[in-house]
Design a protein around this ligand. Sequence first.
Ligand SMILES: *[C@@H]1O[C@H](CO)[C@@H](O)[C@H](O)[C@H]1NC(C)=O
Ligand SMILES: *[C@@H]1O[C@H](CO)[C@@H](O)[C@H](O)[C@H]1NC(C)=O
Length: 256
Amino acid sequence: MLGQSLFVLASAALALGSPVEKRDVTCRSPIPDPPLPITGGATELPPVPDNLELKVIALGLGIQNYTCASVGASPVSTGALAMFYDISLLYPESGPNALTIEKFNQLPAFALNHHEIPLHFNDSTVGRVSIEGPGASLKRPFTRATPLDLGEYGSLPFLGRHFFNSDGAPTFVLQRGSINVVAAKKASVPAPGSADPGPAGTGAVAWLALDANANSRGASLVYRVETAGGNSHGCAQAAGQDSTSYSAQYWFYGPK
Ligand SMILES: *[C@@H]1O[C@H](CO)[C@@H](O)[C@H](O)[C@H]1NC(C)=O
Ligand SMILES: *[C@@H]1O[C@H](CO)[C@@H](O)[C@H](O)[C@H]1NC(C)=O
Protein backbone atom coordinates (compact mmCIF):
# COMPACT_ATOMS: atom_id res chain seq x y z
CA MET A 1 0.00 0.00 0.00
CA LEU A 2 2.57 2.52 1.12
CA GLY A 3 4.75 1.74 -1.90
CA GLN A 4 1.84 1.71 -4.26
CA SER A 5 0.69 5.23 -3.40
CA LEU A 6 4.18 6.51 -4.20
CA PHE A 7 4.01 4.57 -7.45
CA VAL A 8 0.72 6.28 -8.34
CA LEU A 9 2.33 9.66 -7.69
CA ALA A 10 5.25 8.68 -9.88
CA SER A 11 2.89 7.56 -12.64
CA ALA A 12 1.09 10.90 -12.46
CA ALA A 13 4.42 12.64 -12.86
CA LEU A 14 5.13 10.46 -15.88
CA ALA A 15 1.82 11.52 -17.45
CA LEU A 16 2.91 15.15 -17.15
CA GLY A 17 5.88 14.25 -19.27
CA SER A 18 8.67 15.95 -17.35
CA PRO A 19 11.88 14.32 -18.58
CA VAL A 20 13.38 14.34 -15.09
CA GLU A 21 10.49 12.47 -13.49
CA LYS A 22 10.20 10.16 -16.48
CA ARG A 23 13.78 9.03 -16.01
CA ASP A 24 13.03 8.41 -12.32
CA VAL A 25 10.02 6.26 -13.00
CA THR A 26 11.20 3.98 -15.78
CA CYS A 27 13.82 2.31 -13.61
CA ARG A 28 11.79 2.18 -10.40
CA SER A 29 9.33 -0.57 -9.55
CA PRO A 30 6.79 -0.17 -6.72
CA ILE A 31 8.50 0.08 -3.35
CA PRO A 32 8.02 -3.20 -1.45
CA ASP A 33 5.98 -3.21 1.77
CA PRO A 34 7.99 -2.56 4.94
CA PRO A 35 9.10 -5.79 6.60
CA LEU A 36 6.94 -7.10 9.46
CA PRO A 37 8.82 -6.66 12.77
CA ILE A 38 10.46 -9.76 14.25
CA THR A 39 10.92 -10.63 17.93
CA GLY A 40 14.40 -12.13 17.48
CA GLY A 41 13.24 -15.11 19.58
CA ALA A 42 13.43 -18.83 18.90
CA THR A 43 10.32 -18.77 16.68
CA GLU A 44 8.75 -15.94 14.70
CA LEU A 45 5.20 -15.35 13.50
CA PRO A 46 4.39 -16.94 10.11
CA PRO A 47 5.57 -14.76 7.21
CA VAL A 48 3.21 -12.63 5.11
CA PRO A 49 2.05 -14.63 2.04
CA ASP A 50 3.22 -13.20 -1.31
CA ASN A 51 -0.32 -12.56 -2.54
CA LEU A 52 -1.08 -10.08 0.27
CA GLU A 53 -0.09 -6.45 0.67
CA LEU A 54 0.03 -4.10 3.64
CA LYS A 55 -3.16 -2.03 3.93
CA VAL A 56 -2.59 -0.03 7.11
CA ILE A 57 -0.52 0.03 10.30
CA ALA A 58 -2.47 0.90 13.45
CA LEU A 59 -1.50 1.87 16.97
CA GLY A 60 -3.88 0.24 19.44
CA LEU A 61 -4.28 1.70 22.94
CA GLY A 62 -6.67 0.03 25.36
CA ILE A 63 -7.11 -2.78 27.88
CA GLN A 64 -6.81 -6.56 28.05
CA ASN A 65 -9.53 -8.20 30.16
CA TYR A 66 -9.16 -11.27 32.37
CA THR A 67 -11.10 -13.37 34.85
CA CYS A 68 -9.77 -15.04 37.98
CA ALA A 69 -12.08 -17.95 38.85
CA SER A 70 -10.61 -18.16 42.36
CA VAL A 71 -7.64 -16.94 44.38
CA GLY A 72 -4.55 -18.70 43.02
CA ALA A 73 -6.21 -19.71 39.74
CA SER A 74 -4.62 -18.91 36.37
CA PRO A 75 -6.07 -15.76 34.83
CA VAL A 76 -8.19 -16.46 31.76
CA SER A 77 -8.28 -13.89 28.95
CA THR A 78 -11.75 -12.54 28.21
CA GLY A 79 -10.82 -10.21 25.37
CA ALA A 80 -9.72 -6.65 24.80
CA LEU A 81 -11.00 -3.18 24.06
CA ALA A 82 -8.85 -0.63 22.23
CA MET A 83 -8.99 2.54 20.22
CA PHE A 84 -6.95 2.44 16.98
CA TYR A 85 -4.98 5.27 15.36
CA ASP A 86 -3.32 5.34 11.93
CA ILE A 87 0.49 5.29 12.11
CA SER A 88 1.15 4.20 8.48
CA LEU A 89 2.62 7.57 7.54
CA LEU A 90 4.97 7.57 10.52
CA TYR A 91 6.79 4.51 9.16
CA PRO A 92 10.31 5.46 8.03
CA GLU A 93 10.34 7.19 4.61
CA SER A 94 6.54 7.18 4.32
CA GLY A 95 5.98 10.94 4.48
CA PRO A 96 7.11 14.27 5.91
CA ASN A 97 6.40 13.18 9.51
CA ALA A 98 8.04 9.75 9.20
CA LEU A 99 10.04 8.54 12.21
CA THR A 100 13.23 6.54 12.53
CA ILE A 101 12.58 2.81 12.85
CA GLU A 102 13.64 2.94 16.51
CA LYS A 103 11.08 5.65 17.35
CA PHE A 104 8.44 3.94 15.23
CA ASN A 105 8.90 0.67 17.11
CA GLN A 106 8.70 2.55 20.42
CA LEU A 107 5.29 4.09 19.62
CA PRO A 108 3.25 1.57 21.69
CA ALA A 109 5.49 1.89 24.77
CA PHE A 110 5.50 5.68 24.43
CA ALA A 111 1.71 5.90 24.08
CA LEU A 112 1.12 3.51 26.99
CA ASN A 113 3.41 5.43 29.34
CA HIS A 114 2.60 8.99 28.25
CA HIS A 115 -1.08 9.01 27.37
CA GLU A 116 -4.15 8.00 29.30
CA ILE A 117 -6.12 5.05 27.93
CA PRO A 118 -8.81 6.56 25.65
CA LEU A 119 -11.70 4.48 27.02
CA HIS A 120 -14.54 5.25 29.42
CA PHE A 121 -13.75 3.38 32.65
CA ASN A 122 -16.09 2.02 35.29
CA ASP A 123 -14.70 2.99 38.67
CA SER A 124 -16.78 0.44 40.58
CA THR A 125 -14.50 -1.99 42.46
CA VAL A 126 -17.27 -4.56 42.90
CA GLY A 127 -16.07 -7.93 41.65
CA ARG A 128 -12.69 -6.54 40.57
CA VAL A 129 -9.37 -8.24 41.30
CA SER A 130 -7.53 -4.99 41.98
CA ILE A 131 -8.25 -1.27 42.10
CA GLU A 132 -5.27 -0.84 39.76
CA GLY A 133 -7.15 -2.57 36.95
CA PRO A 134 -10.55 -0.97 36.46
CA GLY A 135 -12.74 -2.29 33.67
CA ALA A 136 -14.34 -0.29 30.91
CA SER A 137 -17.91 0.95 31.06
CA LEU A 138 -20.23 -1.80 29.85
CA LYS A 139 -22.64 0.77 28.40
CA ARG A 140 -20.28 3.02 26.50
CA PRO A 141 -16.64 1.81 26.58
CA PHE A 142 -15.32 3.78 23.61
CA THR A 143 -14.44 7.44 23.50
CA ARG A 144 -15.04 9.74 20.54
CA ALA A 145 -13.41 9.33 17.14
CA THR A 146 -10.83 12.04 17.69
CA PRO A 147 -7.08 12.05 16.97
CA LEU A 148 -4.64 10.95 19.66
CA ASP A 149 -2.34 13.79 20.66
CA LEU A 150 0.99 12.09 21.32
CA GLY A 151 3.19 15.09 22.10
CA GLU A 152 6.51 14.88 20.29
CA TYR A 153 5.07 12.19 17.99
CA GLY A 154 2.33 14.57 16.83
CA SER A 155 -1.36 13.90 16.41
CA LEU A 156 -2.37 10.41 15.23
CA PRO A 157 -5.55 10.21 13.11
CA PHE A 158 -8.38 8.11 14.54
CA LEU A 159 -8.68 4.83 12.62
CA GLY A 160 -11.24 2.66 14.40
CA ARG A 161 -12.02 0.33 17.28
CA HIS A 162 -11.10 -3.16 18.47
CA PHE A 163 -13.29 -5.33 20.67
CA PHE A 164 -14.42 -8.94 21.06
CA ASN A 165 -17.83 -9.73 19.59
CA SER A 166 -20.59 -11.67 21.40
CA ASP A 167 -18.99 -14.95 20.21
CA GLY A 168 -15.73 -13.92 21.89
CA ALA A 169 -13.92 -13.35 18.57
CA PRO A 170 -11.45 -10.46 18.10
CA THR A 171 -13.10 -7.83 15.91
CA PHE A 172 -11.68 -4.76 14.16
CA VAL A 173 -13.83 -2.00 12.67
CA LEU A 174 -11.59 0.53 10.95
CA GLN A 175 -11.98 3.35 8.43
CA ARG A 176 -15.75 3.56 9.07
CA GLY A 177 -16.09 -0.15 8.27
CA SER A 178 -14.12 -0.36 5.02
CA ILE A 179 -11.95 -2.68 7.10
CA ASN A 180 -14.30 -4.90 9.12
CA VAL A 181 -12.56 -8.01 10.37
CA VAL A 182 -13.63 -10.82 12.70
CA ALA A 183 -10.57 -12.94 13.33
CA ALA A 184 -9.22 -16.09 14.95
CA LYS A 185 -5.77 -16.63 16.41
CA LYS A 186 -3.43 -18.34 13.95
CA ALA A 187 -0.09 -18.09 15.79
CA SER A 188 1.42 -16.55 18.92
CA VAL A 189 5.01 -15.88 20.01
CA PRO A 190 6.20 -14.34 23.28
CA ALA A 191 7.09 -10.63 23.19
CA PRO A 192 10.85 -10.04 23.33
CA GLY A 193 12.40 -9.70 26.79
CA SER A 194 13.10 -6.04 26.05
CA ALA A 195 9.38 -5.25 25.54
CA ASP A 196 7.91 -2.55 27.78
CA PRO A 197 6.16 -4.29 30.74
CA GLY A 198 3.56 -1.52 31.04
CA PRO A 199 2.85 0.90 33.92
CA ALA A 200 1.83 -1.97 36.25
CA GLY A 201 5.00 -3.92 35.38
CA THR A 202 3.01 -7.05 34.46
CA GLY A 203 4.78 -7.65 31.15
CA ALA A 204 3.90 -7.37 27.47
CA VAL A 205 1.26 -9.55 25.82
CA ALA A 206 2.34 -11.98 23.11
CA TRP A 207 2.75 -11.08 19.44
CA LEU A 208 0.00 -12.64 17.30
CA ALA A 209 -1.04 -13.52 13.80
CA LEU A 210 -4.83 -13.50 13.31
CA ASP A 211 -6.73 -14.88 10.33
CA ALA A 212 -9.81 -12.96 9.24
CA ASN A 213 -12.93 -15.08 8.79
CA ALA A 214 -14.72 -15.38 5.43
CA ASN A 215 -17.24 -12.60 6.17
CA SER A 216 -14.52 -10.06 6.83
CA ARG A 217 -13.91 -7.06 4.61
CA GLY A 218 -10.79 -5.07 3.73
CA ALA A 219 -8.14 -7.33 5.29
CA SER A 220 -7.51 -11.07 5.56
CA LEU A 221 -4.54 -11.26 7.92
CA VAL A 222 -3.70 -9.17 10.99
CA TYR A 223 -0.51 -9.13 13.05
CA ARG A 224 -0.19 -7.75 16.58
CA VAL A 225 3.46 -6.78 17.16
CA GLU A 226 5.65 -4.44 19.27
CA THR A 227 3.36 -5.02 22.25
CA ALA A 228 3.69 -3.08 25.51
CA GLY A 229 2.01 -4.08 28.78
CA GLY A 230 -1.31 -5.92 28.98
CA ASN A 231 -0.48 -9.07 30.95
CA SER A 232 -2.78 -9.89 33.86
CA HIS A 233 -2.17 -8.62 37.40
CA GLY A 234 -2.56 -12.28 38.40
CA CYS A 235 -5.00 -14.03 40.72
CA ALA A 236 -2.97 -14.08 43.96
CA GLN A 237 -5.02 -11.33 45.63
CA ALA A 238 -8.64 -12.01 44.76
CA ALA A 239 -11.08 -13.69 42.42
CA GLY A 240 -13.06 -11.62 39.92
CA GLN A 241 -12.47 -9.52 36.84
CA ASP A 242 -9.25 -7.80 35.93
CA SER A 243 -8.09 -5.39 33.23
CA THR A 244 -4.58 -4.25 32.27
CA SER A 245 -3.73 -1.36 29.98
CA TYR A 246 -1.73 -2.20 26.84
CA SER A 247 -0.64 -0.88 23.51
CA ALA A 248 0.58 -2.54 20.31
CA GLN A 249 1.07 -2.09 16.60
CA TYR A 250 -1.43 -3.92 14.37
CA TRP A 251 -0.45 -4.57 10.75
CA PHE A 252 -3.38 -5.29 8.40
CA TYR A 253 -2.84 -7.23 5.14
CA GLY A 254 -5.24 -7.94 2.29
CA PRO A 255 -5.20 -9.15 -1.32
CA LYS A 256 -3.05 -7.11 -3.72
C1 LIG B 1 -13.70 -6.72 28.52
O1 LIG B 1 -13.52 -6.96 27.13
C2 LIG B 1 -14.63 -7.56 26.51
C3 LIG B 1 -14.21 -7.90 25.07
O2 LIG B 1 -14.11 -6.79 24.24
C4 LIG B 1 -15.83 -6.65 26.58
O3 LIG B 1 -16.93 -7.26 25.97
C5 LIG B 1 -16.15 -6.36 28.03
O4 LIG B 1 -17.17 -5.41 28.12
C6 LIG B 1 -14.93 -5.82 28.73
N1 LIG B 1 -15.23 -5.69 30.15
C7 LIG B 1 -14.76 -4.72 30.89
C8 LIG B 1 -15.24 -4.70 32.28
O5 LIG B 1 -13.99 -3.87 30.46
C1 LIG C 1 -19.87 -0.90 36.62
O1 LIG C 1 -19.50 -2.07 37.33
C2 LIG C 1 -20.53 -2.56 38.20
C3 LIG C 1 -19.93 -3.72 39.00
O2 LIG C 1 -19.49 -4.74 38.14
C4 LIG C 1 -21.73 -2.99 37.37
O3 LIG C 1 -22.75 -3.46 38.19
C5 LIG C 1 -22.21 -1.78 36.55
O4 LIG C 1 -23.23 -2.21 35.68
C6 LIG C 1 -21.06 -1.20 35.75
N1 LIG C 1 -21.52 0.04 35.09
C7 LIG C 1 -21.22 0.30 33.82
C8 LIG C 1 -21.77 1.57 33.26
O5 LIG C 1 -20.51 -0.41 33.13
